[in-house]
Design a protein around this ligand. Sequence first.
Ligand SMILES: *Cc1c(COP(=O)(O)O)cnc(C)c1O
Length: 575
Amino acid sequence: MTQMPPIVGSSVIQVAGAAASLAMLTATHSHIVWCKVISSTSFRTASTAVFLVITARLATKSLRELRARGIIGTVKDLYKFCARNFFRFMMTLPGIKEKVNAELDKTLARMEEEMVPRGPGITRHLELPKQGWTDDLVVSELHELAQMKHSLWEAGRVSGGVYHGGEDMLKLQTEAYGMFSVANQLHPDIFPGVRKMEAEVVSMVLRMYNAPESGVGASTSGGTESLLMACLAAKMKGWHEKGIIEPEIVAPVTIHAGFDKAAYYFGIKLRHAPLDPVTYKVDLKAVRRLINSNTVLIAGSAPNFPHGIIDDIEGLSEIAVKHNIPLHVDACLGSFVIPFMEKVYSEIDSTVTVPLFDFRVKGVTSISCDTHKYGFAPKGSSVIMYRDAKLRRYQYFLATDWSGGVYASPTLAGSRPGALMAGCWATLMRIGENGYVESCRNIVSAARSIRLAIQNEFECLYVLGQPIGSVVAFSSETLNIYDIADGLLKKGWHLSALQNPAAIHIACTRLTITAVAELISDLREVVAQVETHIVAGEKKQQGDTAMLYGVAGSISTHGIVDELAVGFLDTLYKV
Ligand SMILES: *Cc1c(COP(=O)(O)O)cnc(C)c1O
């Protein structure tokens, strides 16, 4: 593992060569002695060579970008880049800067007011209590914290967010939790039961996804960590096996932001492929254009978060196999729904064919599946799977010379909460295949009813693509869809806002199932309201969603959204 890939050596030589020639060029201006050298043909040959190498590299890079985005795409990108930076610069000018900051401060203050409760009746605990509390006092305070004003997830009015397995399940999970609350997967010798449970959970999920005999995996803290591991393993594979030092990943624009995070953490370039405008699946032609010799991973979703659409995994696989590049399928959201969809659709609607998405597809090398979504395990658990152990080995971290002893860790975290693993194992065993098939049937049917209602009963709304899973995204050509989101919010519905293109979605959960009819009737009212406002030509005050995405969607104000997002994160830590 300490071996340097050959290309590192050659690039060192290149850099050294460039540095030497640069030193020579600098010297030309100051030392007459060098005149001789300059006039010598050997120098001219050398400098020409360096010039050619640099030009060739620049040309390759530029051509690569041009091929990836096409001429029109490149011009558009360039325009967007320049315009955004121009407006960012404008906002730093005196006069404008103060105005923008004042607006920002106002918005952030409002955000803080909403998120951070203060005032009479609220005690803030800023430091350790001098004297520890009694059990009773802690519990009564916990009750108050649990009852703070919040979105009404219990009534099924929140998209995704809470993946609830029922009251009885919560009890069982709490019991499992309690029994293993000190357990740590870092110490399998002390907690052999937790090791056994983790291995078994991974095995169960591998079988659900039709892994071959060679299939392996690991449990992680959540979908994002699973994605981080898949990207890291692919990056290290590319480095060790192909000598790739500027790794790139090709993934649809709809891939989860966890990929952007992986790119940020691990120094990878993420190349986003656009979608087919009709199916909303990733455009395979675009994927082909984005691939080059630095590509270490291709990815698709089954299904994606924004639109609930399953990418053409078989099509991606063909490309991956042809170029000998690993292929990751993000089934974090599909989790414990998509593996049972084939069976469920054969019962509820045989005209729907569920495309292949798992290890049955030859080119698929890794899959992420969240046990804490439709697996209903307690939050903080997911599984990353690989076709074989060689690829998993690249995500392992070793520090065998550490003064603290020989150290080896399979995933991001060091210590890992055994209690969560016990909760996860207990959940999977309790629900079982029959339970997950049943939950898949209910969730998919609920999403299907919403999709059909929107398609058939709302002339002004349309569904994005043909989603067959738990998520339905919709938008409008005539109405501002964010106004509809804000109208629904007033009625207690928290749907997710999407952008590029503007849309909103609902991810159905067990809690949504009984709320479908209410959602449709509320949606009908809200649409009617928004329409009357338009007919009346009223300038209604914009709601939060419309305002935020109005700012985010405009080139001139785009930079402000970064400030708002940072302000939001800062606010999380205010007491
Ligand atoms: C939820 C989700 C993830 C991972 O999210 P976490 O919040 O880290 O668990 C990844 N991909 C998709 C498609 C998702 O919906």
